[in-house]
Design a binder for this molecule. Structure first.
Ligand SMILES: [Cu+2]
Length: 320
């Protein structure tokens, strides 16, 4: 090859758009929030078709669930987290640390996306990296370089996909001695008239407090409910006296147990939005809180599949 050809080739390589690298479509996330990662593969290995993609999940990215891809085999490797993470009332100590899609064939001339969902642990801030190995029929690209203090990703030939995490606003509401945390709900299927609400309540006061229900513009009313087994069937019942939070106690409203029931929904609840709710307490009175809506039917982050009772309230039976 002539000198000119080499120079031209080098120029082309340097001019490759960012898409030539393996990158995340949305490289920003917030601590304590859900995150959907879309890895983009825009080329093969020097022309050779891509046949696998493997990514490492960094510390602080938890409750990871990869999306299966038609024509590709999905494998995950589980491992311990360096410290337990509490997400929406669940304490997680381990989870998916590596995802591998393999067995497909993505031509140099084609583009594809590999998807996972995750939760960013509270307290994470700054960049985290998801080293990725792109396997090809011939050779591989190891997108695993992490910039040193004086560098940026631009200085690296094979930068690892970067995710910049903004310190999330602490989703904690304080009302006198009462602390309200991690208020969340679930997306509803079309036409559903009821939704659920979960949260954690801590009473640091000396007298009992009581959650009586609440109100929201997007539904007729909000009730306090419980679930219990009756003749082998999980049934829910209204708690007309509300839910007590004893002095010094923390009460968790969570799947399979006590919950808020949002009755008479005027619109569906969509993952990613937040619902403004005015909670009603016996002593603290009306306390505004917003509920983050999580994916439909998804178990609470970290809950093992099948570990929770039926949560589709449209099917579930009201105890008499
Ligand atoms: Cu209910």
């Amino acid at each position: 090859m002539s000198r000119i050809h080499i120079a031209a080739l080098a120029a082309i390589c340097l001019a490759l758009p960012a898409q030539a690298h393996v990158t995340l479509e949305k490289p920003e996330a917030s601590a304590g929030q859900p995150y959907k990662g879309v890895l983009r593969i825009g080329h093969g290995c020097a022309g050779s078709p891509t046949t696998s993609l493997s990514i490492e999940i960094p510390d602080g990215v938890v409750a990871v669930k990869p999306m299966p891809k038609a024509g590709w085999t999905l494998q995950t490797q589980q491992g311990a987290y360096p410290q337990a993470v509490t997400v929406y009332g669940q304490t997680l100590t381990s989870g998916t640390r590596r995802i591998t899609w393999s067995g497909g064939r993505l031509l140099e001339s084609e583009y594809d996306e590999f998807v996972f969902v995750a939760q960013i642990a509270p307290g994470v801030a700054g960049p985290v990296y998801l080293p990725a190995v792109q396997g090809c029929e011939t050779g591989e690209h190891r997108w695993v370089d992490i910039p040193k203090a004086s560098q940026t990703a631009r200085d690296l030939s094979y930068p690892a996909p970067i995710l910049r995490v903004a310190a999330g606003e602490a989703k904690t509401t304080q009302a006198g001695p009462l602390r309200i945390e991690q208020a969340w709900s679930r997306a509803t299927p079309g036409g559903a008239s009821v939704g659920v609400g979960y949260l954690r309540l801590t009473n640091a006061g000396n007298t009992p407090e009581r959650l009586l229900g609440g109100a929201t513009d997007i539904a007729a009313r909000i009730e306090t409910h419980d679930m219990k087994m009756e003749d082998g069937v999980m049934k829910m019942r209204a708690l007309p006296r509300g839910i007590e939070i004893a002095p010094g106690a923390t009460v968790e409203l969570k799947p399979g147990g006590m919950h808020l029931m949002i009755m008479g929904l005027k619109q569906g609840l969509k993952a990613g939005e937040s619902i403004p709710v005015k909670l009603q307490f016996e002593k603290a009175g009306v306390v505004p809180v917003s509920f983050s809506v999580m994916g439909m039917g998804a178990p609470a982050p970290g809950a093992a599949a099948g570990s929770e009772p039926e949560m589709d309230h449209s099917k579930h039976m009201m105890a008499k």
